[in-house]
Design a protein around this ligand. Sequence first.
Ligand code: IDP
Length: 146
Amino acid sequence: MSDLTSPPAERTLILVKPDGVARGLAGEILRRVEAKGYSLVAVELRTASAELLGAHYAEHEGKPFYPPLVEFMASGPVLAVVAEGQRVIEGFRALAGTTDPSSAAPGTIRGDLGRDWGLKVQQNLVHGSDSPESAAREIALWFPAL
Ligand code: IDP
C-alpha cells in the first residue's frame, strides 16, 4: 500500500510584492493560500535591501526588466511568507496565475486582482518559488533561521 501514502509536505517562499501590500491585498492573498489548505510557517513584513533582492533575482541579472524589478521590489514593504503543504510549490504557482496580469486566468490572484500598469516591470502582486531548489534557496535567503 506504499503507493497510497502521501509524499512529504513541501515548503515554498511567497512574497506579496509592494503593489499588493500598498493596495491592501495582503490579507486577501493570504486568505487564498489558507483556503487552499496550505499552512503558514512564517510571515514577516519587511522592506528588502538591494543586496537581498539581487540575490533573490540573480537568475534575471542582465535582463532589461532586472533594474526596474529590483527598484520596484525595494520601493516599499513586502510580505514574505513561507507556506507548507502537499505540492505547495506547484499549487501556489497555479493560485498566482501567469506572470502577465492581463493574460492571467480569472480565478487566479494575478487574473482577478492584478492590473496592467503599462510599466517596464510587471507589478503582478506576488512571487512564488518555481521549483524545490528555488524554494530551498529563497527560504534560506529570506528566513535564514528556519
Ligand atoms: P514569475 O514571477 O511569474 O515566476 P519570472 O519570469 O520569474 O516570473 O520573473 C520575475 C518577475 O520579473 C515577474 O514576476 C515580473 O514582476 C518581472 N518580469 C518578468 N518578465 C518580465 C517582462 O518581460 N517584463 C516586465 N517584467 C517582467
